[in-house]
Design a protein around this ligand. Structure first.
Ligand code: KG4
Ligand code: ZN
Length: 338
């Protein structure tokens, strides 16, 4: 008897059309990602209606590619996982409709997955022995959470952003600096050539005991700095502004994560989401982790940003936990992590 569980997973929450095939939640047989970034770049951000249309054009092709690359066919699939939310409603609908049709046609279980949980699960793919509990920093374009992960499907939300998400702050500051979309990777690259101490931007820690974040004040500080330099006719060194801004973001992310891990006596900090690809953040978290005796984990770059493999991993763990959806599954653009 074959005890392996083959999961087909679909992710269409934003501007990546992605489909993956996994064996048992941690082994990726294929992970096809079709990015729409080049299309949205000219608008300076994701245009929801355009994203939905592109998902519709691509989804069947991407699903077939994922099956082909994994060397399986529909009849081998045991489980269908799909992002239910959070994300863009029209974009999510494309993935959900496809997943429902496949699950119904194959008469196999359907699992609606929380996209944020997917980001966390990317680490189970990368680190085959990683198990909860651990402290987790989730930093993406739309979300910034500090979470204590109690089990594979059990989360305690400890802190969140009160305004902009970390990735959103990177993207907005990049835009103000005249850089392209998405700005995070560009700022990351420029920062390496800049002086992080050049501009003293604020580190916003909020109340002493708070695990929440706030990045809109920092964004305003960067805008004010740029306007004032322009008015005075001073030269702006883009690399220095990028490095100083990035430093202000990552110091707060790292110190709050370390504080939570120490408070919970957790010897692991796991990072997830697009901003976890940031090299400055990775380096600083590892340095502080070493000082405090905490091991730091983060997925490889391709698993940090949106992809269906992470959704497949989350679908598997939810299936094991008995969290199975039915065909009434609907999109939840504002789905919370519980
Ligand atoms: O997780 P993700 O792919 O999509 C969401 O679920 O939002 O995250 C995308 C975000 C964007 O804001 C992008 O600028 C940021 O992740 N990002 C980075 C880096 N790579 C991607 N931010 C900072 N440094 C990076 N290297
Ligand atoms: Zn994401």
């Amino acid at each position: 008897m074959n005890e392996d569980i083959i999961t087909l997973a679909i992710e269409t929450s934003c501007d990546e059309t992605s489909c993956a095939v996994l064996r048992n939640g941690r082994e990726v047989l294929s992970n096809i990602i079709s990015s729409q970034i080049e299309i949205h770049k000219k608008f300076g951000g994701v245009v929801p209606e355009v994203a939905s249309r592109k998902h519709i054009e691509n989804i069947n092709i991407i699903i077939q590619q994922a099956l082909d690359e994994a060397g399986v066919s529909f009849k081998d699939v045991d489980l269908v996982g799909v992002t239910q939310g959070p994300g863009l409603v029209g974009a999510l609908l494309v993935g959900i409709s496809s997943a429902k049709a496949i699950a119904y046609g194959l008469n196999k279980p359907l699992i609606g997955v929380n996209h944020i949980e997917g980001h966390v699960c990317a680490n189970y793919i990368e680190f085959k022995d990683l198990q909860p509990p651990f402290t987790c920093l989730i930093v993406s374009g739309g979300h910034t959470y500090l979470v204590q992960v109690e089990g594979y499907t059990k989360y305690e939300m400890v802190g969140r952003t009160r305004d902009d998400a970390a990735g959103e702050a990177f993207d907005k500051v990049a835009r103000a600096l005249g850089l392209s979309y998405p700005g995070g990777p560009i700022i990351d690259k420029l920062s390496k050539k800049g002086d992080a101490a050049a501009v003293d931007f604020p580190r916003v820690f909020l109340e002493a005991d708070s695990y929440d974040f706030s990045f809109s004040g920092l964004k305003t500080a960067v805008l004010n700095y740029l306007n004032s330099a322009k008015q005075k006719g001073e030269d702006i060194v883009v690399e220095d502004v990028a490095a100083s801004f990035q430093q202000a973001v990552i110091e707060v992310l790292v110190e709050k994560s370390i504080r939570l891990a120490k408070e919970r006596k957790s010897d692991k900090i796991v990072m997830a989401g697009g901003v976890a690809a940031n090299e400055g953040l990775r380096d600083l978290m590892e340095k502080r982790g070493r000082e405090e005796g905490i091991r730091v984990y983060y997925p490889s770059r391709i698993l940090c940003t949106d992809n269906a493999a992470m959704i497949g991993s989350a679908a598997y763990f939810n299936y094991i936990a008995g969290n199975i959806s039915d065909l009434s599954l609907n999109v939840e653009p504002n789905l919370e992590l519980k």
